[in-house]
Design a protein around this ligand. Structure first.
Ligand code: TXA
Ligand code: MG
Length: 343
């Protein structure tokens, strides 16, 4: 199959293909999504097949407006209006209990709940409106690999397997949406996956402490978002987290062991490591926001087999604000491993 790259002024043809059951990747402010008509089980099955995604990991239903959600949900959490007014369109996915038999079970993994997201990207909302159906939209990468933040990343993973990609440049945020569980109208909302809409922000807006799901706080708890239990964001090259004061020691370790090391860090650390490592992927600034935006692209760039690296050393950020989402993804890609002086 030839994978066609569509520009954002060619949405009509892409929408028609989606409607008919073909797979088209679309841009969002977080990462690129892999679109398919959510109402056609055969099309949705293809999404699992091309990604190599376990079938018990349910998909997000991507909508053009809140009205579309009402076709599938009639029992909304009391905070829904406030949340939707404040954050939609935007990087916040909401879990609702759905009407019986309203969505194909292949979308929800057979659960009585489903995830809904209205992306900020206007062209993608136009695409959904033209297709006149909701689209499933998991990240458009091979399952287990870093999520795609450019159309080139999507092409690299899925070329020949999907009908097309709508290209709209690099994703602005770079990490997947925050997932908020609103499925039980009698309980306070809980964050299942951290993202750019932060715990601090949600708590402030809602005037209640919005808690993180237990698995995000304690490693012994099983995640409630089924997808969070799988291996994720993992490049083939080993990744080590390097704490603030440890870069000098890491430099000596690389030198003493004759390692080909890559560095993933902001300008300050990159400058310090530049002449002692094989290559550097530099975030645009020394901020957690810039690190979040660059993380997946950096992991992909440094994992290029041609570089033949032994190890990727990555910068850590404090786990608050968007730093919490950045560290959530980075720790998974590093399998929780930190560089220690004994390494
Ligand atoms: O930013 C994003 O959310 C991107 C863009 C493309 O929209 N999409 C994305 O989709 O990250 P995906 O499929 O890679 O992640 C969806 C997450 C998974 O962790 C999944 O387990 C969880 O949402 N999820 C889906 N349905 C759920 C449900 N009914 N209950 C709990 N978690 C659910
Ligand atoms: Mg994903």
């Amino acid at each position: 199959m030839e994978t066609k790259v569509y520009q954002t002024d060619q949405l009509q043809e892409a929408a028609q293909k989606l409607k008919e059951g073909e797979l088209i990747a679309f841009p969002t402010e977080t990462v690129y999504g892999l679109g398919a008509n959510a109402l056609l089980p055969e099309a949705v099955k293809q999404v699992f097949a091309v990604k190599g995604r376990p079938s018990d990991n349910p998909l997000i239903v991507t909508v053009a407006n809140f009205e579309m959600v009402k076709d599938y949900v009639d029992n909304f959490h009391p905070l829904t209006e406030k949340i939707v007014e404040t954050y939609w369109p935007g990087p916040l996915t909401l879990i609702f209990t759905i009407k019986k038999a309203s969505l194909p079970p292949v979308v929800t993994g057979g659960l009585s709940t489903a995830a809904f997201r209205m992306p900020a990207n206007k062209k993608t909302r136009d695409l959904i409106a033209l297709a006149k159906v909701p689209l499933v939209g998991p990240s458009a990468n091979t399952s287990g690999k870093p999520s795609p933040t450019t159309s080139e990343h999507v092409y690299h993973d899925l070329k020949g397997k999907i009908a097309g990609i709508v290209d709209d440049g690099a994703a602005q945020i770079g990490l997947e949406s925050t997932v908020l569980d609103l499925s039980d109208a009698t309980k306070d909302p809980v964050i299942l996956r951290p993202g750019a809409i932060t715990q601090e922000e949600l708590s402030k807006t809602l005037g209640i402490p919005v808690l993180l799901d237990k698995h995000l706080v304690s490693e012994s708890e099983a995640p409630k978002a089924p997808g969070m239990k799988y291996k994720h964001y993992a490049p083939d090259t080993k990744v080590l987290l390097v704490k603030d004061g440890d870069w000098q020691k890491a430099k000596e370790w690389v030198k003493d062991n004759h390692l080909r090391a890559g560095v993933l860090a902001g300008p300050k650390v990159s400058e310090e490591m530049r002449y002692d490592t094989a290559c550097v992927f530099m975030y645009s600034k020394d901020t957690a926001t810039a690190a979040a935006k660059g993380l997946f692209a950096g992991l992909r760039a440094l994992d290029d087999a041609a570089l033949d690296l032994d190890v990727i050393l990555a910068e850590v950020y404090p786990e608050n604000g968007i730093g919490a989402a950045y560290m959530n993804r980075l720790k998974k890609s590093a399998n929780q491993q930190y560089f220690t002086a004994e390494d």
